[in-house]
Design a protein. Structure first.
Length: 135
């Protein structure tokens, strides 16, 4: 009988599956270079460099050529800005998707409650408060 997986185990399993799928997109030489990395930190640095390179290759041609034409220090700065813009756009779309139905629902005016009507509130504020006689 197999116990249920915890949330962390599910996330780690999903990450491992994605990693295997990503490895299959690499050339045999790239996979061998990853296997030959002397340390986990070196392997992680290679993975990040490969992922960055793949991301740049997926950019629209004008942006890709702009990135590739820059010296490395300016290139990294531009990549950071482009990725931040991409993340911002993705967050905006996620937010729009979450509230899409509510935003596109027909606007039906709600019946105003008499006590909450702006005029009633203003009149209540202007009305003199009942003053108790001083004794």
């Amino acid at each position: 009988m197999r116990a249920e997986l915890s949330g962390t185990q599910v996330r780690l399993l999903h990450a491992a599956e994605q990693y295997v799928q990503w490895l299959q997109t690499l050339t045999p030489e790239q996979r061998q270079a990853l296997r030959a990395a002397p340390t986990a930190d070196a392997r992680l640095a290679q993975i990040k460099a490969l992922r960055r390179s793949q991301w740049v290759e997926r950019l629209p041609r004008p942006q890709r050529e702009q990135v590739q034409a820059l010296p490395s220090d300016q290139r990294e700065d531009l990549i950071r800005r482009l990725r931040a813009g991409e993340l911002s756009m993705q967050l905006e779309w996620d937010l729009a998707e979450r509230y899409w139905d509510a935003l596109n629902r027909p606007k039906v005016p709600q019946k105003a409650h008499r006590s909450r009507a702006p005029g009633a509130v203003l009149c209540a504020r202007l009305r003199p408060a009942a003053v108790e006689p001083r004794g």
